[in-house]
Design a protein around this ligand. Structure first.
Ligand code: RFL
Ligand code: PHB
Length: 420
């Protein structure tokens, strides 16, 4: 038996006596976690704060995981969770608190005030930064992450001896025997498909457009996010800091980055954000990528001792800025359930985890679908295009002029509608 920190490895020699020929075949942990995105990393962090041991396996390298540019908006309640579990320090120093958001359509830019509507705010803090904070917290606590694993499998999840098998970065086979397994491996992971199809319900919708995302080395031209409806397509002006802008353009579902040189990108952005007396400052682009738009929910989120969290179980189109926040909300519930089961021997919270988490998931799925439907112009080929565009503008005018309607948007956007 070899003990590293709190990890107990059972070893088997594959030949000779040289330590370099050792193959580590098995270890035990309380919670095995597949995936080191925000879901897996935060779950491990919360469990560690409660004295519960976990092991993370991740198919990508640390560099890749930390550089993946994704979300930027963190809900009030999610910030509270990160703060409570010791990973909110840099967010509070470097994050930007936003108390509202602008909705725009030609000739109009109207602000929805979150604080006045529902007493909450959101924070602008890149998922890349949050991921770095979580990885650093884990490694500082001498807790391991197995990077660059392959052939991950979850076995016997419906028994009381579930395990994760995989090949480590050097190709050696390994096994982790667990009390519980958390499937935090995103939309393309293996966890969800471990649950038999016969007990899974899937609800999904693919949208006929994508987002072209641009990271630009230029100070934002706005103090708060602008969600703009335009006949040419939706545009979003977001940011990562006071020096770096994050912008998005609605493009056709079959379009790709090579069709969007910088000049075309800035021209389209200037057209879609155009407003008298306001100018968009352009600058060098640091990154461009295309995100397909999809709503997807797979239920239940539990099968035996396997629990799904985050994108492994659900995907929302990014218009509502909900994906990362749902991941944090899932994990906060899952951690509480596992702590209760492991430390008090009580299964009530693990039994209700799936239903509890799905309430927020469906609410966010509805909000993201609603925001997406209000803001993205239908393709010209849609026979109802003229009608739908008029409905969108009517909805935008209503939501920005009725206090009640604005409060509905604010409650959903900040996450106030369902407490963590
Ligand atoms: P992740 O981040 O996908 O992490 C899953 C991890 O699992 C690993 N993995 C495996 N590991 C081991 N074995 C396997 N077989 C594995 N298969 C996969 C992967 O390598 C990865 O490291 O899922 P997680 O942790 O659930 O986190 C979800 C969030 O990342 C996601 O919901 C958000 O990024 C969505 N999102 C946004 N969410 C917000 O709340 N606010 C936003 O403003 C926001 N903007 C966005 C977004 C997502 C976007 N894209 C690119 C989809 C903007 C965009 C453009
Ligand atoms: C982002 O900053 O990346 C972002 C902001 C708001 C969204 C989606 C993405 O709705």
């Amino acid at each position: 038996m070899n003990v590293r920190g709190n990890f107990h490895w059972t070893e088997r020699r594959t030949g000779g006596q040289s330590p370099s020929r050792l193959t580590i075949v098995a270890m035990r942990t309380q919670v095995g976690i597949v995936g080191s995105g925000p879901s897996g990393l935060l779950l491990a962090q919360i469990l560690a704060q409660h004295g519960i041991e976990s092991v993370i396996v991740e198919s990508r390298s640390r560099e890749y995981v930390e550089a993946r540019i994704r979300a930027g908006v963190i809900e009030h309640g999610a910030v509270d969770v990160l703060t409570e579990y010791g990973v909110g320090e840099r967010l509070h120093k470097e994050g930007l608190r936003h108390d509202g958001v602008y909705l725009q359509w030609p000739g109009h830019r109207e602000r929805i005030d979150f604080v006045e509507s529902c007493g909450q705010s959101v924070w602008i803090y890149g998922q890349t930064q949050l991921t770095k904070d979580l990885v650093n917290a884990r490694l500082a606590g001498d807790q391991q992450i197995h990077w660059e694993v392959s052939q991950t499998r979850i076995q016997d999840a419906d028994t009381d001896h579930p395990r994760i098998t995989f090949r480590d970065a050097s190709g050696h086979p390994r096994r982790i025997d667990c009390d519980y397994i958390a499937g935090c491996d995103g939309f393309h992971g293996v966890s969800r498909n471990t649950i038999p199809e016969s007990i899974r319900m899937v609800a999904q919708r693919a949208y006929p457009f994508s987002w072209l995302g641009i990271l630009a080395d230029v100070p934002p031209s706005t103090d708060e996010l602008i969600y703009a409806w335009h006949p040419d397509g939706f545009a979003l002006h977001s940011m990562r800091s006071t020096d770096v802008s994050r912008l998005y353009l609605q493009i056709a579902a079959d379009d790709n980055v090579t069709n969007w040189p910088d000049e075309r990108v800035w021209e389209a952005l200037s057209t879609r954000f155009a407003l008298d007396g306001w100018t968009l400052t352009s600058g060098p682009t640091l990154e461009k990528s295309v995100t397909p738009m999809r709503s997807f929910v797979s239920a239940p989120m539990r099968w035996g001792r396997l629990f799904l969290a985050g994108d492994a179980s659900h995907i929302v189109p990014p218009t509502g800025a909900k994906g990362l926040n749902l991941a944090i909300a899932d994990v906060n519930k899952l951690a509480a359930a596992l702590v209760r089961a492991i430390q008090d021997g009580r299964d009530d919270l693990i039994d209700s985890y799936s239903d509890d988490a799905l309430r927020r998931v469906w609410q966010a799925t509805h909000f993201s679908w609603w925001m997406t439907s209000m803001l993205h112009t239908p393709p010209d080929a849609d026979p109802d295009a003229a009608f739908l565009r008029q409905m969108q503008i009517t909805q935008l005018a209503y939501v920005t002029s009725s206090h009640t309607a604005a409060t509905g948007l604010a409650e959903n956007y900040t996450g106030a509608v369902l407490p963590y």
